[in-house]
Design a protein around this ligand. Structure first.
Ligand SMILES: [Zn+2]
Ligand SMILES: [Zn+2]
Length: 181
């Protein structure tokens, strides 16, 4: 703060010299006549900066009004959507891979069983050595192989208790408005 001297002159806050001063109404600080102009110029510069910021904000508001999907909130939902899809896709891919691997294994097993049956049938026919019980047994074996091929008993798909993706909620003015799954 300026200190009044014996001569009644105050010290300019810019140059620090004891001179005739004028107090700025805004900040109540004393400035010599030379520096009062500088002070006003500095305030003008600050006003210019505010105007630049305002113009930029005006531009942002216009852009968002034209494209509401660019809003941060919209982006958050888009992100959730993409993350969820990626998670589901990854899980489905892993599940498919696992089933493919297992399928190859049980197809080989069925193939072996069928080869054994084929050998038995050929031998029995060549020797003309088979009875009703044999026919029944072979029929049963074929039916079992068919069933196993259609619906393998060693693979089952179950739904997990914990959901793969998290739900999102939209709160409007503190009230739970919509729940999306
Ligand atoms: Zn001065
Ligand atoms: Zn001032």
């Amino acid at each position: 703060m300026a200190t009044a001297t014996a001569a009644g002159k105050a010290r300019c806050v810019t140059c620090g010299k004891e001179k005739s001063t004028s107090r700025c109404d805004g900040c109540s600080q004393p400035f010599c006549y030379k520096h009062l102009g500088d002070h006003r110029q500095e305030l003008n510069k600050q006003l210019d900066e505010i105007e630049v910021s305002r113009d930029l904000f005006r531009q942002t508001l216009t852009e968002q009004s034209a494209k509401p999907e660019n809003q941060t909130l919209m982006k958050q939902i888009n992100q959730w959507e993409q993350d969820s899809i990626a998670k589901i896709r990854q899980t489905a891919n892993e599940a498919r891979k696992l089933i493919m691997k297992h399928t190859t294994k049980y197809l080989t097993e069925i193939e072996t069983k069928l080869n054994t049956l084929t050998k038995q049938l050929r031998e029995s026919r060549a020797e003309d050595d088979f009875i009703e019980a044999d026919l029944q047994r072979w029929n049963k074996q074929l039916t079992q192989m068919n069933n196993e091929l259609d619906k393998p008993s060693t693979i089952k798909i179950q739904h997990a208790l914990t959901p793969l993706i998290n739900t999102i909620r939209i709160n409007l003015s503190g009230n739970l408005s919509v729940l999306y799954f």
